[in-house]
Design a protein around this ligand. Structure first.
Ligand SMILES: [Zn+2]
Length: 314
């Protein structure tokens, strides 16, 4: 993602911090100062924010490592103030694999919550029951409630991500389940429809109860869902066009046959495969072979021009 700072490389996956984090820090600093926070409270927030973003990072690695099992690489993981985002190279081919990749993220948060339950059950709960500690005025800056609050937020992350609306993981799970019967394109259309319904409900609820955060999240979900459908539509188009179909359109150039790109594609393969090879190896050109003989060069830019023309026609 543009304007992101690489902070780590874990399992070969670059971890990026989005620039808007600076805004978050400035805002929290301003808020803390205006509320006369003590050093103790500043430290609490810094530590809690760190623990929360670690939970989000682990969630994204849940997706990335499950995707790796099915041969799908992750380009990078970006941490944004509103959450994380793992960019996969492509969607897993089988619906079952897509389902497992989607569910792996929320399951990590459930796992973290389960790990924190003993602390709550054997330490916090008895202490509260015996009034060993006073019920705090502000649980959000009391060290005793650091882990219980983290437990609660991890459960909230899991539940929120299971909302069956793109780009939430629940939307992907729903699409994967529907794909088994309907195929990916139709399943996406249905999942987007349901996602729009939920997003619209959130927007209306936000306006009705004067909770603008719901309105904001609802609007975000609404527009992202559309993008998902457009992408799947493009992908099904890529699948339906063969590299050889581009020869007649003059997209495959026959010149420069002496200096062919080192990676090649067969003329009988589809554009989805061509696009995947280019993405995986970060190339913008492929040599085109027919019966093992080089016949030309396929350029990324011209390929996409052709696809957008085809999309306009449909
Ligand atoms: Zn997720």
């Amino acid at each position: 993602m543009k304007g992101s700072l690489k902070i780590a490389n874990i399992f070969g996956i670059p971890v990026l911090l989005h620039w808007s984090f600076i805004l978050l820090f400035v805002f929290l600093l301003y808020y803390g100062c205006s509320e006369n926070y003590s050093l103790h409270e500043f430290l609490w927030w810094a530590a809690f924010g760190g623990a929360l973003f670690l939970s989000i990072l682990l969630h994204e690695f849940g997706h990335a490592l499950m995707a790796k099992r099915y041969g799908v690489k992750t380009k990078d993981i970006t941490l944004l103030p509103i959450g994380g985002m793992a960019r996969l190279n492509r969607l897993p081919d089988k619906p079952k694999h897509e389902l497992l990749v989607a569910v792996a993220g929320p399951l990590v948060n459930v796992g973290i919550a389960i790990l924190l339950v003993p602390h709550f059950w054997w330490i916090v709960k008895p202490a509260l029951a015996q009034h060993e500690i006073p019920a705090p005025e502000n649980i959000d800056n009391d060290f005793f409630f650091f882990l219980p609050l983290l437990l609660f937020l991890n459960l909230l992350l899991a539940v929120f991500n299971m909302l069956p609306a793109f780009p939430m993981d629940g939307g992907r799970m729903l699409r994967a389940l529907l794909s088994i019967k309907w195929g990916r394109l139709r399943a996406t259309k249905a999942a987007v429809f349901i996602g729009h319904f939920i997003a619209a409900a959130m927007v209306i609820f936000g306006i009705w109860r004067n909770q603008l955060s719901y309105t904001f999240i609802g609007a975000f979900i609404y527009f992202t869902a559309n993008r998902e459908y457009r992408w799947v539509k493009t992908e099904s188009l890529l699948k339906s066009i063969k590299v050889s179909d581009l020869i007649a359109s003059g997209i495959i150039i026959f010149e420069n046959i002496n200096s062919l790109p080192d990676l090649s594609i067969d003329a009988n393969d589809n554009l989805k495969k061509a696009n995947e090879i280019m993405q995986q190896h970060d190339r913008y050109e492929l040599a085109v072979h027919e019966n093992g003989v080089p016949i030309g060069v396929l350029e990324n830019e011209k390929m996409w021009d052709y696809i957008s023309e085809m999309e306009k026609e449909k």
